[in-house]
Design a protein around this ligand. Structure first.
Ligand SMILES: *Cc1c(COP(=O)(O)O)cnc(C)c1O
Length: 399
């Protein structure tokens, strides 16, 4: 794999805000200011000898966009810089990143330990598709690291978590779980979608790999699908080898959109977190609201842990309304500003009723056991004024 040398940013100890704007850019012979979009599927060689050298790996350089593309490499390098990772490989979506990780690093007969509160499609992949290939997953219902330790087997290869979890914002102790994983010779994989590297850098706490759905906060404006895996070069090279052969790679156009999206990542996450905190505090004072789930609130059971490993509480707020599904749906249906969609991570705030959407296919008992009640609503807080968001919710709450 060819790793471009970022040439718009001299070596140095740059802050995250600076890296978000400048890391990874490589300029062409035209010395363009903005990152160039290379919409090309293949690359031309000077001679038969050069073609042979490129294919044999003797000479570094572009061959075909399923392998590498300069715009995709710029996006990978920028994200690697933000996560503090040696390497990054971009994928067609967040799910493609998770699939590529499993396919590259696991084989039949091996085992995954994963928290139950992970993205629905990840649960489906681990629970229903991988077993057909002889890879079993044990799902853990608790954030306690002893429970994860007890589930490890000699054939366990990956310990997989998302923190904070969706939709209840449960926080998992990355450093403690890294110790558990490493003691068992297991890799800790963290899906960092909810925080993004602007708020949480799992590798600093000992995680081995970081997964992203770039569809969420990295793009941040709801435009494209994308994903990525970040980590040490040796592991990333394995994921890349799978990807260049199997093909779920990121399109150059999507890479370019995400690359430009990352420029405002730190800014957006700061403001969206501040809006989320304000909204969470307001919700705590509404009589129709039974409970608020937000790691930035002192009332969150893992507030101290969250503040140790995250810069802010993030921009996802969940809450239980009194009156179950009827009142929850009333709140949703009275929204004129918030978008009714299960998507998250956008500058536009969204609202969803998990029990009838994202978690609707799970049995009612399993849902109740995981704490996802009929009165639960989840908001992905965007950049609108918190006062306007509160007014939107208040209409349904007081109807
Ligand atoms: C959306 C999401 C994914 C999947 O990403 P896609 O880009 O939709 O494939 C994985 N993990 C989390 C936490 C997500 O929110």
């Amino acid at each position: 794999m060819t790793y471009a040398q970022p040439d718009s940013l001299p070596d140095g100890d740059w802050s995250l805000e600076t890296l978000a704007v400048r890391a990874g850019q490589v300029r062409s012979q035209f010395n363009e200011h903005a990152e160039a979009l290379y919409l090309t599927s293949s690359f031309v060689f000077d001679s038969a000898a050069q073609a042979a050298a490129r294919f044999s790996g003797e000479e570094e350089g572009m061959i075909y966009a399923r392998f590498t593309n300069p715009t995709v490499i710029m996006m990978q390098e920028r994200l690697a810089a933000l996560e503090g990772a040696e390497g990054c490989v971009a994928t067609a979506s967040g799910m493609a990143a998770i699939l590529a990780t499993v396919m590259a690093l696991m084989k039949t007969g091996e085992h995954i330990v994963a928290s139950r509160s992970i993205f629905g499609a990840t649960q489906q992949l681990f629970g229903t598709i991988l077993p057909r290939f002889g890879i079993e997953t044990t799902f853990i219902d608790s954030p306690a690291s002893e429970v994860f330790r007890a589930a490890l087997r000699p054939n366990t290869r990956l310990l997989f978590i998302e923190t904070p979890s969706n939709p209840l914002t449960e926080v998992f102790d990355i450093a403690a779980l890294a110790q558990v994983a490493h003691a068992g010779n297991v890799l800790l994989v963290v899906d960092n979608c909810f925080c993004s590297p602007a708020l949480q850098r799992p590798l600093e706490f000992g995680a081995d790999l970081v997964i992203h759905s770039a569809t969420k906060y990295l793009d941040g404006q709801g435009r494209v699908l994308g994903g990525a895996v970040c980590g040490p070069r040796a592991l990333i090279d394995e994921v890349f080898k799978f990807l260049r052969t199997a093909g779920p790679c990121l399109s150059p156009f999507n890479a370019w959109v995400i690359l430009k999206g990352m420029e405002t990542l730190a800014l957006r996450m700061r403001q969206q977190s501040a809006n989320a905190l304000e909204l969470a505090q307001w919700l705590e004072h509404q009589p129709q609201v039974e409970r608020v789930y937000y790691p930035g609130l002192a009332s969150h059971p893992q507030h101290a842990l969250a503040m140790r490993q995250q810069k802010t509480g993030g921009a996802i707020v969940a809450f239980d309304v009194r009156g179950g599904r009827e009142v929850a749906w009333r709140v949703v249906d009275h929204c004129r500003l918030l978008s009714i969609t299960a998507n998250l991570g956008d500058t536009k705030s969204t609202i969803t009723h998990p029990a009838s959407t994202t978690h609707g296919r799970i049995s009612a008992e399993a849902r109740a056991a995981s704490g996802i009640g009929e009165g639960l609503l989840r908001i992905s807080v965007g950049l609108e004024s918190p006062a306007d968001i509160e007014a939107d919710l208040n209409r349904g709450l007081t109807a």
